[in-house]
Design a binder for this molecule. Structure first.
Ligand SMILES: O=P(O)(O)OC[C@H]1O[C@](O)(CO)[C@@H](O)[C@@H]1O
Ligand SMILES: [Mn+2]
Length: 393
């Protein structure tokens, strides 16, 4: 329940958001943050440095898109931080929850599919059987296409997933521009060989709701196939890009599945809650994901996080924004090796699972981008094309 004070403060936040919109529309200079969160100093220093480097104050239409776009979400949080009652209020919660509710059919279909798969795996499957690859590939691709479901482009409007994901992925095969699935499986096999029963996967999450559900299913299968032992899920530490997953969103989905009338959902929720209790899964909150930096400077700016990621055997980065931060959101030639575009960021083998929604991409084969562009002019922003892309140290 929001108190009377909370209601009044809600009006103040709305007023601040209108001002923010006006600053944006009229291309005003970016302002310093005013709240008291621990990252304010970092954001404000960054703005001062940008001003020094550009020899003028950064403005909305002139500064780098990655920076201003992140700054916009950070300013929204700043408005809440300046209240006494609404600092933990998530303005996107409703949109995230509604989007998941309207994707329940697809989630249920996939939930039943994973439970059947688990049963088969437990009964018979030999770890070297070709079926391992089939399962691995299917769950990886469903998690990839789950990334189509973000709410930032649709301004929070519904992006319900209606069709059965298993049937959809067959149709989408040709839209995977780089497919390093086999390499990823090899890396996991090698990691198990080197560290039996001690393989840690870091999964840097993107969106809550249906995408998160597909991520949880992917991880479950990786553990069932005994390719991965521990999973660290990295969530956002504040509401971000509308649909990005926070710890609350993660816990919410487990709760909703647990309370569902469908037995398959209940079962999955029970298995996953146990994994959290047994520390086979952990939810990690780190502030770096909502700072203005790309990942090439993480080692310098946040050596502790870099070291933590380095301790895992594989890191999966989900989604478009993570990809932009991996590549510094530069206008790379499409054929630049993915590894080059990481500019030294490689704490452990990296796998990017991303549908293209912004115009940066690397690691394509000669002429591939140009050829797609002829038939699909908006191939880089439509979310219709995807990558399963690996870089190894
Ligand atoms: O949820 P995702 O996959 O990171 O997508 C968010 C993307 O949407 C946009 O906000 C709009 O294109 C991009 O700036 C951003 O990279
Ligand atoms: Mn997102």
């Amino acid at each position: 329940m929001i108190s009377q004070v909370g209601k009044e403060e809600g009006k103040e936040v709305t007023g601040k958001c209108s001002m923010l919109r006006n600053e944006m529309q009229t291309n005003k200079p970016l302002k310093l943050l005013e709240g008291k969160r621990s990252d304010v100093i970092i954001w404000n220093d960054y703005l001062r440095k940008q001003t020094e480097e550009m020899k003028k104050e950064p403005r909305w239409f002139e500064a780098a898109w990655l920076y201003v776009e992140c700054y916009m979400y950070r300013r929204i949080q700043d408005a809440f931080d300046l209240t006494s009652k609404l600092q933990d209020f998530d303005p996107f919660k409703n949109s995230k929850e509604m989007a998941f509710q309207s994707s329940l059919d697809a989630a249920l279909y996939f939930g039943k599919h994973i439970l059947t798969t688990i049963e088969q795996l437990q009964q018979k499957l030999h770890k070297d059987s070709p079926e391992v690859f089939e399962h691995f590939q299917l769950f990886l691709q469903v998690s990839l296409w789950g990334n189509k479901c973000d709410l930032s482009i649709s301004a929070g409007q519904n992006v319900a997933q209606k069709e059965s994901p298993v049937e959809q992925i067959h149709k989408l095969q040709d839209q995977i521009l780089v497919n390093d699935t086999r390499k990823l499986l090899e890396i996991l096999h090698q990691a198990n060989h080197d560290n039996p029963n001690k393989v840690t996967l870091s999964l840097v999450l993107d969106n809550a709701g249906f995408e998160l559900f597909t991520d949880l299913c992917l991880v479950e299968i990786l553990q069932q196939l005994e390719l991965v032992t521990f999973v660290n899920f990295y969530v956002k530490d504040m509401p971000w890009y509308v649909s990005d997953a926070t710890e609350q969103d993660f816990l919410w989905i487990l709760e909703v599945l647990g309370k569902s009338e469908h037995q398959s959902f209940q079962e999955l929720s029970k298995i996953w809650i146990e994994k959290l209790q047994q520390k086979l899964w952990t939810i990690e909150k780190e502030k770096y994901w909502t700072l203005p930096f790309d990942y090439s400077v993480m080692e310098e700016m946040d050596p502790a996080l870099y070291a933590k990621l380095s301790a895992s055997q594989v890191i999966i980065f989900k989604g478009d924004l993570n990809y932009r931060k991996l590549t510094g959101d530069r206008q790379w030639d499409f054929e630049t090796p993915f590894q080059t575009s990481l500019q030294g960021f490689l704490p452990a083998p990296i796998c990017a699972l991303r549908t293209l929604k912004a115009d940066t991409v690397t690691g394509l084969s000669p002429g591939q981008g140009e050829s797609i562009a002829k038939s699909f002019p908006d191939w880089m922003i439509s979310g219709d094309f995807g990558l399963i892309q690996i870089a190894t140290p």
